[in-house]
Structure formats: C-alpha cells, structure tokens
Design a protein around this ligand. Structure first.
Ligand SMILES: CC(=O)[C@@H](O)[C@H](O)COP(=O)(O)O
Ligand SMILES: NCC(=O)COP(=O)(O)O
Length: 259
C-alpha cells in the first residue's frame, strides 16, 4: 500500500516570487486532494524560501477537513528565528499526522542527506519522544545508498522513530544509468533492514513520473512517497489533477495503492 503525499513547497516558491497570495498554496493542495492524492507534505525552511508558518497552519486545517495525512518535514535542531518558530513549535501548533525529521541546513539548495543515527541518535531520541507525545507519527530521513553498515538504518528504531524516509536523490541520479540496478538493490536492502527492525518505510526526493515506477517495483513495500518538485513542474504542462492521476496510476501499476 503506497500512498501519495504531494509536496506543495514549489507552489509557495511561485507565490513568494511576487510577494502576494497567488498561486494559493491551500487551493493547490485542495486540487491535489480532490484529484485523489492521499496527503499533503510541506517542508518549511527557516529562511522562509517557500512555505511559511501561516501556510503550515492553513494546510493543517485543510488536511483535517479532508481527513487525510499532513506530513510536516523539517530539521528539529534548527533554532527559531523571526517568522520560523522552530520545528517542534510548528508541530505543536499544526499537530501533523506525521512529522518527518530532516537534517538540512540553510545553505543547502535542497535536502541532500539523511541522519547518521549512530552520531545523532542521543540527540534525536528526546525530540522524537516529544513529537510522539503530541500525537505525531515520526519518520526520519535516512540514507540508503551508502554502505548500509555506515549509517545502520535500523538504529532509527532505537531512537524511537516509527518510520524512515529513504532519501531517493541518489536513485534519481542513477536512474537510466549503468549503476541503476545496483543502487536500487542497496535501497531494497536498506528498506528490508529497516522493516526487520520494526520501522515503516517511506521514500522521497526527486521522484518523478519517469523514475517512480521502477523504484516502487525494485523496493517493494514502501508505505508512502512524498513528491513535489517534479510533480508541480509536470503539472505546469498537464494540470494538477491529471498529473496526480498519472502518479496514482504509476503507483497502482507498481502494485501499490491507487486511491
Ligand atoms: C526531505 C525532502 O526530500 C523534501 O522535503 C525536499 O527536501 C523538499 O524540500 P525543498 O522543496 O525545500 O527542496
Ligand atoms: N520528502 C520528499 C518530498 O517531500 C518531496 O521532495 P521533491 O519531490 O520536491 O524532491
């Protein structure tokens, strides 16, 4: 059962480029949900480059209205600043169904690595406990492409996480290249090890209509994919609803859930 959570960060990028209210992030999210998307994801960044704290609150209300999952992503270690109250404070306000912890920094163009659970475990454990006390399922961003022993993905379970989100950027880079099969195999191994440790497995980053099907076929049992950049870009040509439909068809064809 793979569910599709649409990341609407990029709608906010367009809106912010003119400083007004259009395109409207909530309206775009509503269009995705009306088209059958199973949930909405956002990853507010402390520099407010796309979605902001007020969007998070509005999307929390929308997803509650639809009875679907709201997945809020962010770095729990990033300090608050004007306009960004901090990830835990945002979660306390919005009460997302799922909080996904990502070890990113302002200088990063986008997320480009997962946690090192051996190094970061002690710091993550109390924060994960706090998020779970708020009622959130907690997922943690994880590397699958490196030596599986280096990050020991199963250590995410010792931190109290419910799920890992496999960082799929390296798969997207390998897609169509000679090393694609080897990279996919590493993802499948990481997913199996995570599951054996009792963790659910999500996946995301740079997934697209082109590469999603082979990923889901090669890494069976993924519970959720969160997709934003490619999906919103593709929707510029085809429209949001047909694009969401296409993703649901790809998921169904790969043996996942269509709606
Ligand atoms: C964790 C992850 O892979 C996504 O949230 C991605 O980071 C999207 O964030 P941006 O839209 O800021 O690139
Ligand atoms: N967690 C990944 C996500 O939300 C979307 O990433 P991308 O599709 O924008 O690369």
């Amino acid at each position: 059962m793979t569910v599709l959570s649409v990341n609407v960060n990029k709608i906010a990028v367009l809106r912010n480029s003119r400083g007004g209210a259009e395109p409207d992030v909530v309206q775009a999210a509503r269009a995705c949900l009306d088209a059958g998307a199973h949930g909405i994801t956002v990853h507010p960044r402390p520099d407010a480059r796309h979605v902001r704290a007020d969007d998070v609150v509005a999307l929390a209300l929308l997803t509650r209205e639809y009875g679907v999952e709201f997945n809020l992503e962010g770095n729990p270690f990033a300090p608050p600043r004007p306009g960004y109250p901090g990830f835990l404070a945002l979660c306390e306000q919005a009460r997302p169904a799922q909080a996904t912890l990502v070890p990113d920094g302002d200088a990063q163009l986008t997320s480009d690595h997962g946690f090192d659970f051996i190094r970061d475990g002690d710091a993550l454990r109390p924060l994960i406990a706090e998020l779970k006390a708020l009622g959130c399922r907690v997922s943690v961003f994880a590397d699958a492409h490196v030596d599986p022993d280096r990050y020991r993905i199963e250590r995410a379970a010792d931190c109290g996480a419910d799920r890992v989100e496999l960082y799929t950027g390296p798969y997207a880079e390998a897609f169509g290249e000679p090393d694609e099969a080897a990279v996919l195999e590493r993802f499948a191994t990481a997913a199996a090890r995570a599951r054996a440790a009792g963790l659910g497995v999500n996946a995301g980053h740079d997934l697209s209509q082109a590469n999603l099907g082979r990923f889901l076929t090669g890494v069976p049992g993924v519970l959720e994919v969160s997709i934003g950049h490619a999906l919103i870009g593709e929707a510029l040509y085809a429209g949001l609803a047909p694009t969401v439909h296409r993703y649901l068809e790809i998921i169904a064809a790969a043996g996942g859930r269509a709606g």
